[in-house]
Design a protein around this ligand. Structure first.
Ligand code: GDP
Ligand code: MN
Length: 393
């Protein structure tokens, strides 16, 4: 039971690092630069010698904007390569510490474009986006110059026809020299997107070289984690998945936990109640730090584990324990909380809402333990308000 739940919690989106994305593209015939990944400075130099100078040394992290952050550097020779590799390994880019670098032969760039495929859920169609304004964040282009993005909706049953692709490329007004190369790459990119069960494939920049070739200089790929049964080789990406340390710790304890960005730690029994708890915290103006379902057995072990995971999250300013007793009786839950509090020292204040089977007995047990760090509220809404107020204060 625990195993299945754990697997379900972890199977979602598989984000590839740039080099993995490029290797994925290469399998579909999309031109990328020759390169290799490493975590070692001297090996980086050896790779550079093999692919030939000039090379680009690129940080491999699960975030964009690496160039601006100093994570993409050109090197003309071994000395420069060594310096850049040393500087980039260990570099912190938006909270992601670089452990892997990718060294590739540098390309000459005439123009930089943008290309992507993703699912337009509202339209229930695939969406392709292509722009002659690449190399910058597409969100910026969308905001400042939305007409510079040519969009195409694709019916998955029909697929992307070459004719439609040509019209789309024409609408993007790329350099005419890039037309043939762009059509070729976009057709292949669409195949990679559909056959590879990707949620997103993005090339930014897609470049036109002075020689007229079109080439993928960057790669962002998110695969559908629910489709891995069709692609056993996707297991290779497990090791480099970005890990939410909180989620890892929670899953190790067999807890159903999803990390969120807010300040109110949430513990509830049952997935439905946990989701409602997240909603109600939002509804009263707060921001949940997590979703956590402790399931039916709210005993001291489970409660202590849950409190420990939440207590270790530095963003949490208040904890909201929301329990509705069903098969689990109120006094069991209360005893679980009291015992857990004796085992782990919890820093943020806790607000408890206890209702359902034997709630009165449970509340009576908690009563003598209440203080300004452990509070009880009569109902879910009041408890949420109290917790949010404490988190803000
Ligand atoms: P990002 O900043 O994380 O999106 O990383 P990119 O891989 O897109 O690289 C950022 C920028 O570095 C690109 O837009 C290019 O301008 C530049 N760059 C990357 N690779 C090369 C290369 O091979 N040659 C040249 N001349 N510039 C490059
Ligand atoms: Mn890029």
């Amino acid at each position: 039971m625990t195993e299945t739940r754990k697997d379900e919690a972890e199977a979602s989106i598989v984000d590839l690092l740039e080099y993995q994305g490029k290797q994925f593209f290469a399998r579909y015939g999309i031109p990328v630069s020759d390169g290799e990944a490493t975590s070692d400075t001297e090996e980086a130099v050896a790779i550079a010698e093999r692919v030939g100078y000039p090379v680009v040394v690129k940080a491999q992290v699960h975030t964009g904007g690496r160039g601006k952050a100093g994570g993409v550097k050109l090197a003309e020779n071994a000395d420069e390569c060594r310096v850049h590799a040393t500087n980039i390994l260990g570099l912190d880019i938006k909270g992601h510490v670089v452990e892997i670098i990718w060294i590739e032969h540098a390309s000459d760039i005439a123009e930089e474009y943008y290309a992507s495929f993703t699912l337009d859920r509202a339209a229930k169609l695939h969406l392709g986006m292509l722009s002659a304004e690449g190399g910058v964040e597409i969100e910026t282009v969308a905001e400042e110059n939305p007409d510079a993005i040519a969009r195409i909706h694709i019916n998955p049953v029909v697929g992307l026809t070459e004719e439609a692709c040509r019209e789309w490329v024409a609408a993007a007004e790329l350099n005419p020299k890039a037309t043939e190369g762009a059509v070729d790459i976009l057709m292949k990119l669409y195949t990679a997107y559909t056959e590879g069960d990707a949620d997103l494939v993005e090339i930014n920049p897609l470049i036109l070289k002075p020689t007229g070739e079109v080439h993928a200089l960057d790669a962002k790929v998110s695969l559908d984690g629910n489709a891995t049964y069709e692609h056993p080789d996707y297991e290779q990406y497990d090791a480099t998945q970005p890990r939410d340390e909180r989620e890892a710790a929670a899953h190790e304890k067999g807890l159903q936990y999803v990390g969120l960005d807010g300040t109110v730690g949430v513990i509830a029994n049952g997935a439905g109640l946990a989701m409602s708890t997240v909603d109600v915290v939002n509804q009263v103006g707060g921001a949940p730090a997590n979703f956590l379902d402790i399931g039916g057995g709210a005993n001291a072990d489970v409660m202590a584990g849950a409190l420990e995971v939440i207590n270790n999250d530095p963003s949490v300013q208040a904890i909201f324990i929301n329990i509705f007793g069903g098969i689990t009786r109120g006094e069991e839950v209360a005893n679980g909380i009291i015992e857990a509090m004796g085992r782990v020292t919890i820093d943020p204040p806790i607000v408890i809402r206890l209702d359902g089977t034997n709630a009165d007995e449970g509340r009576a047990l908690l009563e003598p333990h209440l203080n300004d760090k452990l509070m009880m509220a009569d109902n879910m809404l009041d408890a949420a308000r109290k917790a949010v107020e404490l988190a803000k204060g």
